[in-house]
Design a protein around this ligand. Structure first.
Ligand SMILES: NC(=O)c1ccc[n+]([C@@H]2O[C@H](COP(=O)([O-])OP(=O)(O)OC[C@H]3O[C@@H](n4cnc5c(N)ncnc54)[C@H](OP(=O)(O)O)[C@@H]3O)[C@@H](O)[C@H]2O)c1
Length: 329
């Protein structure tokens, strides 16, 4: 099979990690880089061995001939960047949170569907071997019926007015940057349709610095999630079932180890699964598998799951009265 010609849009922190993984993926051609600044694009292209460098995202989308684009820009730019690529016939792997809200994602999915293109959220957690193994074991009844999920994602990030994390105009805030992971995790084990969402946030300068979200499901299962920029936590995830529990250690969304306990808290099974490169290789391989099979939706990261989590994020911001300037136009 011929190589997939990959392009990257945005040359920031995560784009570097992604490119490092892309280099190690069989069948991935490092083809084009798009930046708002052609010198940055050239430097990035030279660092990783991409053929072409463009000084605007439009030039890459309209003239490079890439098959697939990875979008690694701030949240508020994802909608326009993804739309530009889809309208130019390019398959899109888009960083989380894929859009500011559900309505934007629905519009992108409509374009992708009309053009027969693949659109996938870069939710790398859902492609990691350890996560998939835990999902399989829990699905097979390793801890009985799942009753609760508890997950945190909190780091101490010093305030920097220029950082996209703290800029409302970039779609900043903990909700879209961090909460998306524990909510995706909770939904993966409890379902996409909580019957109730209750949330609180510490909001300042137009963004949430931290938040707590509680989900309640028909039948009584629930999830509790804390995330934020204000202090560092261990970021464990705990799946509680009728016959035991699973703990995914330090940074649950990218950890290499998980432990299954029985109902008395006794260790039953320890799973260790190291990543091959840095973890981003698995989402790349899933994306390319979909392309090879002519799929327009991923089985590991289906768009219905992405939409379901965005629906919860929308509901949290509705409860807080928080909108982004792009939504007020
Ligand atoms: N999967 C993960 O583990 C993970 C980790 C971190 C972040 N992310 C996601 O990846 C995306 C990028 O995050 P990041 O931490 O890499 O951000 P970053 O370091 O700030 O880089 C973002 C890049 O986007 C481009 N950009 C376009 N418009 C911009 C604007 N108005 N302000 C600033 N930059 C702008 C810039 O590239 P050019 O100057 O080259 O155009 C910039 O370098 C976000 O969606 C984030 O949620 C994912």
């Amino acid at each position: 099979m011929k190589d997939v010609k990959w392009g990257i849009i945005g040359t920031g922190r995560i784009a570097h990690k992604f490119a490092a993984a892309l280099k190690e993926c069989e069948g991935a051609g490092l083809f084009a880089v798009g930046s708002r600044n052609v010198r940055k694009a050239r430097a990035f292209a030279d660092e990783f061995g991409f053929e072409k460098a463009y000084g605007s995202y439009a030039e890459l989308a309209q003239g490079s001939g890439v098959d697939a684009v990875y979008i690694a820009t701030p949240m508020a730019s994802h909608f326009a960047d993804a739309k530009l690529c889809l309208e130019n016939g390019i398959n899109v792997l888009c960083e989380k949170t894929v859009t500011l809200n559900c309505a934007q994602l629905e519009e992108l999915l409509e374009i992708a569907q009309a053009k027969g293109l693949l659109f996938m959220e870069a939710m790398w957690m859902k492609c990691l071997p350890l996560y998939l193994q835990v999902k399989k074991l829990v699905g097979e009844g390793a801890i009985g019926k799942v009753l609760q999920v508890k997950a945190d994602f909190s780091n101490f990030v010093p305030y920097d007015a220029g950082d996209r994390l703290f800029r409302a105009d970039c779609g900043g805030g903990a909700l879209l940057d961090m909460t998306v992971y524990p909510l995706t995790f909770a939904a993966a084990f409890l379902g996409n349709e909580p019957s109730e969402v209750i949330s609180q946030a510490h909001i300042t300068r137009g963004i949430d610095m931290s938040n707590t979200v509680l989900l309640r499901y028909q039948g009584g299962a629930c999830a509790s999630v804390y995330s934020g920029f204000e202090l560092a936590l261990k970021n464990n995830a705990l799946i509680i079932g009728e016959k035991g529990s699973v703990v995914m250690g330090d940074c649950f969304f990218c950890t290499d180890s998980a432990v299954i306990y029985d109902e008395n808290g006794k260790e039953k099974q320890r799973i260790e699964l190291a990543k091959r490169v840095n973890g981003y290789e698995y989402e790349i391989e899933e994306f390319m598998r979909c392309l090879a099979q002519g799929r327009t939706d991923s089985e590991l990261v289906p768009s219905c799951d992405t939409l379901a989590v965005l629906r919860i994020l929308d509901e949290c911001r509705r409860q807080w009265g928080l909108t982004f300037e792009q939504e007020r136009l």
